[in-house]
Ligand binder design. Structure first.
Ligand code: KG4
Ligand code: ZN
Length: 377
């Protein structure tokens, strides 16, 4: 079973959260360089459905994935202009994520595997986010696994995770920091909800904060000064905590409302809260990341996950990295995914899956493959 030739076609399935995603890539190996050709890449987002709940509702996500998977597969094969029989490997996300959602992808992959006799490789969703930085513009991209990019650090920031991963070599991961409570994206979503902003909260808060920065001179003179804490920013480890920050926003809004029940109708106030909140999250993420870069003599930084779409985070991270050589540290390369790949997608699962297949990490007994909500790197 399976094909280990120089050319490999991978079908990837991702259902760990609220995106039903399927992609097909064709990979050509030449020495240590792999050329990926994207044949199809589809993401069916359930955001509209979960908006009503202000977050992802697992049972609903499961139902939607089951409904969407055959449709997305059909479209993906059509886009790739190929028959499923031509697929060499199926890559499927087995964790971390919402277990009922993960299971739908696994069951679907298993059915395809049995029916068409195609081997399966399991993929860790977080490893997928690390690989999400490789595709640039266009349909093809190269990954050179012999490049001297290590030690590498990966900041993974999403609705479910906030982690700092030390990558010593390909597939050699060590989690050096994580959130002790809420994930950074989750904090954006919860704070947005308190402010009456739509789900997902990240983009909504970010655009208000941007306006506040642009208009800073105009509103600076107002009496109201809003300050929020930066929890754990100076703690000795690399852990994060965002729940206290969220609660601080809750109390802030409560106190402001006591004075004026309609205070949140004032767009200036909303912008100020959004800016201070985004400042607090970004400052904390950047501070801990830079600290780890210094300690571990990092050469490459990869930022991935939904929150990596945040332009202020990108700007602040790049600025802080730019000044490191002046402080006696080496030059560091920083990579963010292209906008379309910051969130969940199957293309990143296909890339990670390809390397799993290269390393012959096929599932031996497909009946034993299972969803692992808390799967770690
Ligand atoms: O990676 P992702 O699509 O799904 C998970 O695996 O969680 O991340 C979604 C998260 C949401 O919490 C969303 O609010 C956040 O990413 N997000 C952002 C931005 N765009 C999306 N957070 C801050 N700024 C953004 N521009
Ligand atoms: Zn994700």
């Amino acid at each position: 079973m399976g094909c280990y030739s120089a050319l490999m076609k991978i079908l990837a399935i991702e259902t760990s959260c609220d995106e039903t995603a399927i992609a097909i890539v064709e990979v050509k190996r030449l020495g240590k360089s792999d050329t990926f050709k994207i044949l199809a890449n589809n993401v069916n987002s359930q955001i509209e459905i979960h908006k009503e709940y202000g977050g992802v509702f697992p049972a609903m996500a499961k139902r939607e994935h089951i409904k969407n998977l055959p449709l997305v597969l059909e479209k993906t094969l059509k886009d790739a202009k190929m028959k499923i029989e031509k697929v060499d490997v199926i890559a499927v996300t087995t964790g971390p994520g919402l277990e009922p959602a993960l299971w739908t992808g696994i069951v679907f992959a298993r059915e395809l595997s049995l029916k068409y006799n195609i081997p399966i490789v399991p993929v860790n969703h977080m490893e997928g986010h690390i690989f999400s930085i490789f595709p640039k513009k266009g349909k093809t991209f190269k990954v050179n696994t012999s490049e001297k990019i290590f030690p590498m650090l990966s900041l993974l920031v999403s609705g479910g995770h906030t982690e700092l991963i030390l990558v010593k070599d390909w597939h050699k991961y060590k989690k050096i920091g994580k959130t002790r409570d809420d994930a950074s994206g989750e904090a954006f979503d919860k704070v947005a909800r308190m402010m009456g902003l739509p789900y997902p909260g990240g983009p909504a808060i970010s655009s208000l904060a941007k306006k506040a920065r642009e208009e800073e001179l105009i509103i600076k003179n107002e009496e109201l000064i809003i300050t929020l804490p930066r929890p754990m920013i100076y703690s000795k480890d690399y852990d994060f905590s965002f729940s206290g920050l969220k609660t601080a926003v809750l109390y802030l809004i409560r106190d402001l409302r006591e004075k004026n029940p309609n205070i949140l109708e004032n767009i200036n106030i909303k912008q100020k809260i959004a800016k201070e909140f985004e400042d607090a999250v970004v400052e904390t993420l950047v501070h801990k990341t830079i600290k780890a870069i210094k300690q571990y003599k990092i050469k490459t930084l990869i930022v991935g996950g939904g929150v990596s779409a945040n332009t202020y985070l990108q700007e602040q991270m790049k600025n802080s990295i730019k000044v490191l050589p002046k402080q006696g540290f080496g030059k560091i390369k920083v990579h963010f995914p292209s906008k379309a790949l910051t969130g969940d997608n199957a293309l990143m699962i296909a890339i990670a899956g390809y390397y799993q297949a290269r390393n012959k990490k096929f599932v031996k007994n497909i009946n034993k493959i299972k969803a692992e909500g808390n799967l770690s790197l």
